[in-house]
Design a protein around this ligand. Sequence first.
Ligand code: S3P
Length: 172
Amino acid sequence: MKQGHLFLIGFMGSGKSTVACLVADRLGIPCIDLDAVVEQQQGMDVARIFETRGEDGFRELETKALLDLEQMPSAVVACGGGVVVRPQNRTALGRLGTVVYLRVSAAEALARVGDTSTRPLLSGAGGPIAATALLSARESLYASVSDLEVDTVGRTPDQVADLVLAAIEESR
Ligand code: S3P
């Protein structure tokens, strides 16, 4: 494993935030949720940021929060599902640490997310179709930046955390 942070990437509903905290606890390092950092800095939730500043405005804030991690001690970082969309972010992820891709199917992602009103890119009539299209458009981006991959389908967050730790151990 490279020095630096341990980034969890993957689609909405892949379990990044929950698994990041489980892995961080076991490694004894902090757990950071990039969406939560942006929300705290802006004093509003992601859905509201999309409403007021648009997706581009949100992406600017997300990139800044990601780049700010360079100054911070090693942490397990749950990234937003769209962090891989910007080339600049993909470069930063590779530079700042080890990237683990949590795989999920569109159907399981939607089932886990449940209420999509907090996910602006899934809310609205297009829900299931939008999720399938977005996931397939992003799949190659997730795979291209990741050092390790873990399949989360049919697994609990604890099981996924075990697999993440095992994959890290194996890669050392
Ligand atoms: C997004 C995923 C969300 C959040 C925003 C955009 C995306 O994070 O950053 O709604 O583009 O996939 P989660 O993956 O934590 O839901």
